[in-house]
Design a binder for this molecule. Structure first.
Ligand SMILES: [Cu+2]
Length: 250
């Protein structure tokens, strides 16, 4: 490349780079990450986004600068000079993408593997779905709830069933989703790591009430979670006692 092209090309690259990376970093593209799995997924997404931004900046800058610097003069109807390719350039633009794709593929396998590794200590919750509601049963506590309460820092295993059509269990803050399919039980593992209230959103078009099919997911500190569980258990015991007592007025 001739020296006189280097400075103006660098200037174009600077402008394109600022616009590209401004768009990448100044817009909050991703929702809060509230689980260990979300953090792992986001690291991979950011790696891919930044690499894509660098490649986009280089390619776009060359295209913009070349369209301006090598444009035909007015009235010039002649052919351009013949070009026979450039072997080292072709090797580079083949080898670099191969290496990048290998990195992304390997990294993805690691993320999926780690996300799907069961820990020794787990809370198990049975998720029941139907048009258009969620119910969460806690077999170890003997209670059920319309909100999904989970403690921070402990892996949760969901066993998911549907009683009618296919629904989708999706929590954007976890970057995870799995279908609820009638006739089979599907599973999802996650480890919440940020206390707060988010939503479980149905992610399969399941009927006219689909867009309203949401439940709260409440991530609590272990102490708050234990307090909630104790209160819910006391309520369940009181309700069972009341329903088994014969009513005097009848
Ligand atoms: Cu649904």
């Amino acid at each position: 490349m001739k020296n006189r092209h280097i400075l103006p090309l660098a200037a174009v690259m600077l402008v394109v780079g600022i616009l590209t990376f401004g768009t990448i970093f100044l817009i909050p593209w991703l929702p809060t990450a509230a689980a260990v799995e979300a953090v792992r997924t986001d690291q991979l997404i950011w790696f891919e986004t930044i690499v894509s931004g660098v490649i986009f900046t280089i390619v776009t800058s060359f295209v913009i600068y070349s369209a301006w610097a090598f444009r035909a003069k007015e009235g010039d109807e002649s052919d351009g000079p013949p070009t026979h390719g450039n072997t080292s350039l072709e090797i580079a633009w083949t080898a670099i993408p191969v290496v990048l794709i290998a990195i992304v593929a390997g990294w993805s396998v690691l993320v999926v593997n780690r996300n799907e590794t069961a820990q020794k200590v787990q809370d198990v919750v049975h998720v029941k779905t139907w048009q258009y509601a969620w119910e969460f049963d806690y077999p170890s506590l003997g209670i059920s709830s319309g909100d999904l309460h989970v403690p921070e820092g402990t892996q949760v295993k969901l066993n998911i069933n549907s009683f009618d059509v296919i629904h989708g269990f999706w929590v954007p803050q976890f970057r995870l989703q799995i279908d609820a399919v009638p006739g089979i039980t599907t599973h999802l593992l996650f480890t919440p790591n940020k206390a707060g209230t988010w939503y479980v959103i149905c992610n399969e078009l399941c009927g006219e009430g689909h867009s309203q099919m949401r439940a709260r997911i409440i991530i609590q500190t272990p102490a708050d979670y234990a307090a909630w569980a104790a209160q819910a258990q006391a309520q369940a015991t009181a309700a069972a006692a009341a329903s088994s007592t014969p009513a005097a007025t009848h």
